[in-house]
Design a protein around this ligand. Structure first.
Ligand code: ADE
Length: 235
């Protein structure tokens, strides 16, 4: 899968994607990741990427020209279908089902654009962007972290990215009807007076599956009641 990230903070996007599973996906050729500095596509001496908003108001708006140049150049180098994603708190909420749909199309060249400041000139969104994604209802200082989150969530779902394929099938949000995962334990069987639940040591697969299903349900009720159609508890 070919992914280009365009940001004014390339190191912020690059660092989390160079470790562990992502690093392995790159080494094995499953992922070709290129992180670009948007300023490469400025033409002025100051490499200016933002300007004051029309209509007034605080903050700066990112200029359209560098984004247009970047997308045109990257598109022409990809060879094949391209999708342009903009990371923005104003996008649709990114979730596992969206990650799965991107991972199901590994032949598509993804160009991920990151905003900063108060926003990005809307002509970029209108003319270039296929999908606007928000990683949650909070505002980050820039989209580079959000891009790393998006890419990580997609790439780990590519066949062969994880050592054990079952890990991505059984985890939270992929369990049956969308419940959270049951708690898990490893050795030692007792640690500082806290024993591992007896049933997990029993070797009885039916009982273990039942225990996990119950735990999934109660954990979901406790932490994410919205997933099972119940009102969220007050904070
Ligand atoms: N940029 C700033 N905040 C963001 C968010 N929550 N999701 C995606 N991009 C962002």
């Amino acid at each position: 899968m070919l992914i280009d990230i365009v940001t004014i903070f390339p190191e912020v996007a690059r660092a989390p994607l160079s470790e562990s599973i992502m690093g392995r996906a790159i080494d094995s050729g499953l992922l070709k990741l290129r992180v670009h500095d948007l300023r490469e596509w400025t033409t002025d001496r100051h490499r200016k990427v933002d300007d004051e908003p029309y209509g007034g108001g605080p903050g700066m708006v990112m200029k359209p020209e560098p984004f247009f140049r970047a997308v045109r150049e990257l598109r022409s180098g990809g060879g094949g279908a391209t999708k342009v994603v903009m990371m923005t708190p104003g996008g649709r909420r990114f979730e596992q089902a969206i990650a799965r749909s991107y991972a199901a199309a590994p032949g598509v060249h993804l160009i991920v654009l990151c905003g900063h400041y108060e926003g990005v000139d809307h002509r970029v969104t209108e003319a270039l962007v296929d999908d606007e994604l928000s990683i949650g209802d909070y505002v980050l200082t820039n989209g580079a972290l959000a891009a790393a989150v998006f890419v990580d969530a997609v790439v780990r779902l590519l066949p062969g990215a994880l050592g054990d394929e079952r890990s991505s099938e059984e985890e939270s949000f992929a369990v049956g009807e969308g419940l959270l995962e049951a708690p898990c334990y490893t050795r030692p069987a007792e640690f500082e007076g806290m024993p591992v639940p007896e049933v997990l040591l029993s070797g009885h697969h039916g009982k273990i599956a039942k225990w996990r299903a119950e735990q999934s349900r109660s954990r979901t009720q406790q932490n994410r009641p919205d997933l099972i159609g119940e009102p969220e508890s007050p904070h």
